[in-house]
Design a protein around this ligand. Structure first.
Ligand code: SAM
Length: 249
C-alpha cells in the first residue's frame, strides 16, 4: 500500500474527492473571485470537513493543474491506496461469490480509461485490472475524466495480464471476453456470480493471448451494423447488464 501527494483539478474530480475521500484531501485551492455555485458548494463541504481552503489567483491554479482544465478549483490529494496483484484473492473472496471484475487489455486513451473507471465505480465493481505496460496508466487526465472514481475503485496493475487472468480462474471467477465478432450475445450470459468482463484496447481489441484465456466470448449486438463501440461505451453496456441481472436476483 502506498500514498503519494498529487494535484487533482476540475469540479467533478475535486468534489468527488471532498465528498467521498476527505481524509486524503490535504488542501483545496479556489480561484479568487470565482462565482460558480458548484465552487461555493465545494468550499462549504471542504470547510465543514476541516480541509484547508485557499483563494488563489488563476495563474496559481494553472500552475498546479499542469495543463488540465481546472474550472477554478484544484486539490492536493494523497492518492487513495494503490493495490498490489497479491491483493486480488482477498478482494474476490470478500465479494462472497458475487465478484464483478473489469479487465481492460490495453486501453490507450486516458479519456477512455477515465470513463471506464467512472462506470466501474458506479457499477460497484470489485476491482479493475489493467496491464502495467501497453496501457495508459492512471495519470492526471484519467483521474479528472473519472470524476474521482480512479481514487475509489481498487485498480490493480498487472505485470503479466495472462497470469492475472489465470489467477482469477483459480479463484473461481468466470472470464468473459467482449469482442464484436463473437457469436454469442452478452444478453444471453449469466453475469450474477463471480465474473470478470474483459475488454480490449481501441485499435487492437483483445490481444490473442487474452482472448485465449477467456472462458467465453460475447458481443453486444449492434443492429446498426457499425464496426465497433468505443471501449468505454462497451464497458458501460456490459457492466450495467451485470448490474441489472444482479438486481433482478
Ligand atoms: C474500439 S473496440 C476495438 C476495435 C478493434 N478494432 C477490434 O478489432 O476489436 C474496443 C473494445 O471494446 C469492446 N467492444 C466494442 N464494441 C463491441 C461490441 N459490439 N461487442 C462486444 N465488445 C465490443 C471490445 O472489448 C473491444 O476490444
Amino acid at each position: 500500500m502506498s500514498k503519494d501527494n498529487h494535484w487533482i483539478a476540475g469540479i467533478n474530480a475535486v468534489s468527488a474527492a471532498v465528498e467521498h475521500d476527505a481524509e486524503n484531501v490535504r488542501e483545496v485551492l479556489l480561484e479568487a473571485g470565482g462565482r460558480n455555485p458548484r465552487l461555493a458548494a465545494i468550499e462549504v463541504e471542504a470547510r465543514r470537513k476541516d480541509i484547508d481552503v485557499r483563494r488563489v489567483a488563476q495563474q496559481a491554479l494553472d500552475g498546479v493543474a499542469g495543463g488540465l482544465r481546472h474550472q477554478g478549483v484544484a486539490a492536493r490529494y494523497a492518492a487513495a491506496r494503490t493495490w498490489d496483484e497479491h491483493e486480488l484473492p482477498g478482494l474476490v473472496e470478500a465479494a462472497g461469490g458475487r465478484a464483478l471484475v473489469l479487465v481492460l487489455d490495453g486501453v490507450q486513451d486516458p479519456h477512455n480509461l477515465g470513463a471506464c473507471l467512472r462506470s466501474a465505480a458506479a457499477a460497484g465493481v470489485t476491482a479493475v485490472i489493467i496491464p502495467k505496460d501497453k496501457s495508459v496508466q492512471v495519470n492526471a487526465t484519467v483521474r479528472k475524466t473519472s470524476a474521482g472514481a480512479a481514487d475509489i475503485v481498487p485498480i490493480i496493475r498487472a505485470s503479466n495480464l495472462a497470469r492475472a487472468l489465470r489467477e482469477l480462474q483459480k479463484l473461481g471467477v468466470w472470464l468473459y471476453g467482449l469482442a464484436g465478432d463473437a457469436g454469442d450475445s452478452v444478453y444471453g450470459l449469466d453475469l450474477r456470480g463471480n465474473v470478470a468482463l474483459v475488454l480490449g484496447g481501441e485499435a487492437e481489441g483483445l490481444r490473442r493471448l487474452t482472448r485465449e484465456h477467456c472462458d467465453g466470448l460475447a458481443s453486444i449486438p449492434m443492429p446498426g451494423g457499425f464496426e465497433s463501440l468505443n471501449v468505454s461505451v462497451a464497458t458501460g453496456v456490459v457492466l450495467f447488464e451485470a448490474v441489472r441481472q444482479r438486481q433482478a436476483g
